[in-house]
Write a protein that binds this ligand. Structure first.
Ligand code: ADP
Ligand code: TRP
Length: 331
């Protein structure tokens, strides 16, 4: 059975982009693959979260994974920092990762712009830690959204380089995975391109948002003045509401609004009202489950503890071979 690894940074609540870009695939993959899903709390340190928030954020993502349907009986769910082997492999891979190639990473360049006062080495070596997450279980498939593609390319580079340097076939090549034909990119409501936690207020719809909040956010979504010619190409500014509708609404609803756009009779207000209700219908059962699981401390503790034990067993095997290949032998 092929091995799968994926993670999401513990920077708070999951949004529709995380769900359709990554988590939806996690759930489907559980049946046919040996899956490891983790919460990337080491990675979250690159943006310096307050210590007081860290644990609650990890818990939130864990609860949301479970609410979405990740089954700890089928997959291994764990917290990244419960696996010190990942940190060790990160250290080893750093010796063969070059600053030039790391500086060319698109996400690094974006972060330098976003946080010019905090360009820490962890940001530069973010893709190395991500490669360690994947290689520690020798995974071949990695369900992620489109924005992570370049990181996967780098993981393949580091894996091949390690194998070549130490003349060993330890690490396989891993590829970004999605059940559809293309990797997914869910746009944000504010027309800024991508739905994301760190984008502006109102950009993202979180799975745990209340119906009122969802209605407000959707009604404020950016649109344009409307189509002026039949069948004109949709500008990027309104791709947001159409793309999200395609994901959450019945086909028939999407087609209806697409037709009214194409014959220039569309009323964005009506479309937004419908979109808000369809998002609410989609997220309501998840939200209910999130609220229910949040108070089940015992269950959360058991999932995290058992997940860590299973993940460590897999990680120890990889590290023992990696250490031997490098020449770290015990006396
Ligand atoms: P964010 O961008 O909100 O900080 P993360 O970077 O933690 O979210 O992303 C976690 C996972 O969710 C990754 O696999 C990423 O590709 C996916 N993802 C995040 N935002 C989107 C989006 N707007 N569309 C598709 N996938 C996304
Ligand atoms: N970089 C990913 C993101 O921001 C999170 C992540 C960390 C990840 N390590 C990973 C995803 C390993 C897949 C595999 O979304």
């Amino acid at each position: 059975m092929e091995t799968v690894v994926s993670g999401i940074r513990s920077t708070g609540m999951l949004h529709l982009g995380n769900y359709f870009g990554a988590v939806k695939n996690f759930i489907k993959m559980q049946h046919d693959y040996n899956c490891f899903f983790f919460i990337a709390d080491y990675h979250s340190l690159t943006t310096h979260p307050a210590s007081a928030d860290l644990h609650a954020n990890v818990k939130q993502v864990l609860v949301e994974y479970l609410a979405c349907g990740i089954d700890p009986g089928k997959s291994t769910i764990y917290i990244q920092s419960d696996l010190p082997e990942t940190a060790e492999l990160y250290l080893l891979l750093n010796m063969n990762a070059y600053t030039g190639e790391l500086e060319r990473s698109v996400t690094f360049k974006e972060k330098v712009k976003a946080q010019p006062d905090n360009v820490n080495a962890g940001l530069l070596t973010y893709p190395v830690l991500m490669a360690a997450d994947i290689l520690i279980h020798r995974a071949v498939k990695v369900p992620v959204g489109k924005d992570q593609q370049q990181h996967l390319e780098m993981a393949r580079t580091f894996a091949n380089r390690f194998n070549r340097m130490y003349k060993i076939e330890l690490f396989p090549e891993s590829f970004a995975f999605n059940f559809g034909t293309d990797l997914v990119k869910v746009p944000g409501l504010d027309g800024s391109g991508k739905m994301g936690k760190s984008e502006g207020e109102g950009n993202a719809i979180f799975l745990a948002d209340s119906p009122d909040v969802i209605r407000k956010k959707v009604m404020r979504a950016v649109t344009d003045a409307g189509p002026t010619q039949p069948n004109q190409k949709k500008p990027e500014a309104i791709e947001n509401i159409f793309s999200i509708m395609k994901l959450v609404s019945p086909d028939q609803t999407f087609r209806h609004f697409d037709d009214t756009y194409n014959n220039c009779t569309i009323r964005y207000g009506d479309m937004k009202k419908q979109l808000a209700e369809d998002i609410i219908a989609f997220t309501a059962p998840l939200r209910e489950k999130i609220l229910e699981l949040s108070s089940d401390e015992k269950y959360i503790h058991r999932v995290a503890t058992e997940g860590a034990a299973k993940a460590r067993e897999s990680a120890r095997k990889t590290m023992s071979e990696a250490r031997k290949a490098i020449g770290f032998l015990s006396f």
